[in-house]
Design a protein around this ligand. Structure first.
Ligand SMILES: Cc1ncc(COP(=O)(O)O)c(C=O)c1O
Length: 399
């Protein structure tokens, strides 16, 4: 039988039948430790009992009505997300790309409201914002653009973590209305910017009346040890924040939050989504937020981040093929000097799910609820894999 699914993904030859916590079981019955969480989605692990119960109960009660009507669970979730973040309003959608589309529309409308006919959004090299036409244009990776030109107008790009370049772009583009970026670049290789980078951008945006739009699709919902990555910087609030991934722990839901100058920019009829914020997705997200709070999940991330960083630094000390180890909460990037995609399959063979991004970066995004034993297992297995891989390459180059 030929596979009738479009070949848009380079899939590994494995399928999973079930999961529990940080563990997945494949269709042959073999177990794997999940250090990837379905790309930072299953932050509470697989089949979390509280999330499962909430979804089951809601599915048996009411799955979908429509945004033509009041949706109390949506109101409740908006209340909760604004309280946690300090933002003021929320638009609900179904994915990260859609949350970013909403942000891009807000920026353009904000510009038009100020009399700017051709608003420009400043975006970053190395970024990833999604696969729709506008979000792939915003994405700073030529491979994502290739074959889809003409790209959407109204974006200019600057190097990430380079304030001078950003200042120059702002000076050069009087039509600039927003700066859109990830607080830590995920797909770009777990790139953690300078400590004061976001605060400086906040100041620049305030001075120039630009919207600061933070794509927290990957970093949000506890991934970095705070609810949102911007909360690592004191007194900082973006004008727009985009969420998805971990918000539903696998139930598709995205959100675009606004504060300050971005509030009420979108009015009735300006934007919408049939499924966005339906009762089922909102109930799942409310359960996720509740578990993160009651189980002190952020504390677990902070404690085990320190354990894992120390563990990797010790285990990989002296490995010349390791360029750097970067981490923020439970986002780990171990950058090698050589491309290392083979490691993904080698890790599977050893019973662990990892990812390689930006060619040379081993990226780990474990569920936020792993325990110390699981953290230690990730450190030892992944370090051993990297050491063996580098040794095999050194032998290759000698031979
Ligand atoms: C930072 C960031 N933004 C946006 C997206 C796109 O999200 P989605 O695949 O849900 O559209 C991703 C996905 O990896 C992401 O990491």
């Amino acid at each position: 039988m030929t596979n009738k699914v479009m070949p848009t993904y380079g899939r590994l030859n494995i399928a999973f039948a079930e999961g529990k916590g940080a563990w997945l079981t494949d269709t042959e019955g073999k177990q794997y430790l999940d250090a990837f969480s379905g790309v930072a989605v299953c932050n509470l692990g697989h089949a979390h009992p509280a999330v499962t119960a909430a979804i089951s109960d809601q599915a048996a009660t009411l799955i979908h009505t429509s945004n033509y009507y009041q949706i109390p669970l949506q109101t409740e979730l908006a209340e909760k997300l604004t309280a946690l973040s300090g933002m003021e309003q929320v638009f609900f959608c179904n994915s990260g790309a859609e949350a970013n589309e909403a942000a891009i529309k807000i920026a353009r409308k904000y510009g038009h409201n100020k009399g700017i006919d051709k608003p420009v959004i400043i975006v970053m090299d190395g970024s990833f914002h999604g696969r729709t036409l506008a979000t792939l244009t915003a994405t700073g990776n030529p491979k994502v653009h290739a074959g889809f030109e003409p790209l959407v107008a109204g974006f200019v790009r600057v190097p990430y973590d380079d304030l001078d370049a950003l200042k120059m772009a702002i000076g050069h583009w009087p039509e600039a209305v927003a700066v859109m970026l990830e607080p830590i670049q995920g797909e770009g290789g777990v790139r953690v910017p300078d400590a004061d980078y976001l605060a400086e951008i906040r100041d620049l945006c305030t001075q120039r009346k630009l919207l600061m739009m933070l794509d927290e699709v990957q970093t949000g919902i506890g991934r970095t040890g705070e609810w949102f990555a911007f909360q690592h910087s004191e007194h900082l609030l973006p004008d727009v924040m985009m969420l998805a991934k971990g918000l539903g722990n696998g139930m598709p839901i995205g959100a675009c939050l606004v504060s300050g100058a971005a509030v009420n920019v979108l009015q009735a009829g300006n934007h919408g989504s049939t499924f966005g914020g339906n009762p089922l997705a909102c109930r799942a997200a409310l359960a996720v937020l509740d578990v993160i709070e009651t189980d002190k999940v952020l504390q677990n991330v902070k404690t085990l981040n320190a354990v894992m960083v120390r563990g990797f630094e010790q285990a990989l000390a002296g490995q010349e093929g390791v360029k750097t180890i970067r981490a923020a909460g439970f986002m780990f990037g171990i950058e090698l000097l050589i491309p290392c995609f083979e490691l993904v399959q080698q890790a599977l063979d050893k019973g662990i799910l990892i990812n390689v991004t930006a060619d040379k970066v081993v990226r780990l995004l474990p569920p936020l609820v792993i325990n110390r034993d699981e953290a230690n297992q990730i450190i030892s297995t992944v370090s051993e894999l990297i050491i063996d891989f580098l040794a095999s390459k050194a032998v290759d180059s000698v031979a």
